[in-house]
Design a protein around this ligand. Structure first.
Ligand code: HEC
Length: 185
């Protein structure tokens, strides 16, 4: 076998080994649902982190801040969560969400007991930062959403709808979630 051939064979073995539930059509092409969910979460998280650190971080110096009612306020830009959720609304073929065990709004609760279970596992074990699983017609992935800056904790702790007011920098605040529809594509 050529070097390229060996590398391809190795990659195929690695890809096939990744997901427990690999639908045949995808497995044939060497891509699993599991891998797809991981790629999407990694990308969404990277854009979200860049928004928080670079965009919000830089604009703060000139007095522009993320505010929930940014559309009607001066010098305001969307919250990190609103940035993710409104980008998610642009995506029609799969779901992008943000969930928490103690969310500010009930709509951000886990959608199923399995999602709640995955969030609890993340909370109990700091090494579990990415959890993927098949559930019904969907393949899901959760990526830990941490308070990467102090203002994440401060805003959540002081929000009028807060049910948990002791978040600290570095805490798990919830998870980014991706839900792919296995039957439709
Ligand atoms: C200025 C206030 C503010 C800041 C700063 C802020 N958030 Fe939020 N966050 C909110 C609000 C309000 C929502 C609900 C938005 C919605 O669903 O429309 C929310 C939603 C969330 C959710 C979904 C669960 C829930 O509580 O509803 C998570 C997880 C989350 N934020 C994490 C973070 C993280 C991590 C940071 C820092 C990178 C952060 N937030 C910064 C106000 C804030």
């Amino acid at each position: 076998m050529t070097r390229g051939g060996k590398a391809r064979a190795g990659l195929l073995v690695a890809l096939l080994g990744i997901g427990a539930a690999v639908p045949p059509a995808y497995a044939e092409h060497g891509v699993s649902w599991d891998l797809a969910v991981k790629y999407l979460l990694t990308t969404i998280k990277a854009f979200r982190t860049t928004y928080v650190l670079d965009v919000i971080g830089t604009l703060k110096k000139s007095g522009v801040e993320p505010k929930e009612h940014w559309k009607s306020e001066l010098h305001a830009i969307p919250l990190p969560a609103q940035f993710v959720l409104s980008a998610g609304e642009e995506v029609a073929i799969y779901e992008i969400g943000l969930i928490g065990l103690n969310p500010l709004y009930e709509k951000n609760l886990p959608k199923t007991p399995a999602e709640a279970e995955a969030l609890k596992r993340m909370q109990a074990n700091p090494n579990e930062r990415l959890i993927t699983f098949a559930e019904g017609d969907q393949y899901k992935g959760l990526s830990a959403d941490l308070a990467i800056v102090q203002s994440c904790a401060d805003c959540h702790n002081t929000h009028p709808k807060a049910v948990k007011r002791d978040f600290k920098k570095g805490d798990l605040m919830g998870a980014l979630v991706v839900r792919l529809n296995r039957e439709k594509h």
